[in-house]
Design a protein around this ligand. Sequence first.
Ligand SMILES: [Zn+2]
Length: 191
Amino acid sequence: MADDDFGYTAWGRDWVRLAQPLRQTRPDPALPRARKLARVGGVHVTIDGRIVRGVVQRGRNTLAACIEVAPMPRETIVRISGQLYGAQSYGAQPILTDEVHRTVTEAGHGPAPKLAGVDCSCSNGTGRCIHILAVFYEMARRVDDDPRIALDIQDFFRAPSGSTRVSTVALTQRWIALNTLDPSDYFTVSK
Ligand SMILES: [Zn+2]
């Protein structure tokens, strides 16, 4: 199960789940090693849009793991926006609490990230090598520290490009409102 170092928020736990899916019942010996790598600072992560690049130092080997996260479905964005901006008085700082996470999840629009692709420079080739797993844990820790990352990496804060299929006026206004804000100014991180 998740240990306390990773995934102590619901938002971070989603990333722990990428390493430890609920459907996986067999213990995976790579998991404790991946956690240890993340814990001892062996994973350096940079986030660029929906791409996570991890440089993983293990012994004398340096591996490059890459994860691409899929854009968040429009409906999920609308649900979360509604939770954040609907229930709170104007000007209040929305907070990404576990409660917000639970509410949207119970409504059937859980914000867990979906992977668009994974890659690693090692020879493992399964997409679940220790380096990729270690990046999942490092991301869990980052997201625990700042749950905005969980949304940002799924394009929550970015306006759709011209090809958007969406439609309603309310939605468009919501987008403009969101997009003119710098998320780093706007959210308060609850600890
Ligand atoms: Zn690897």
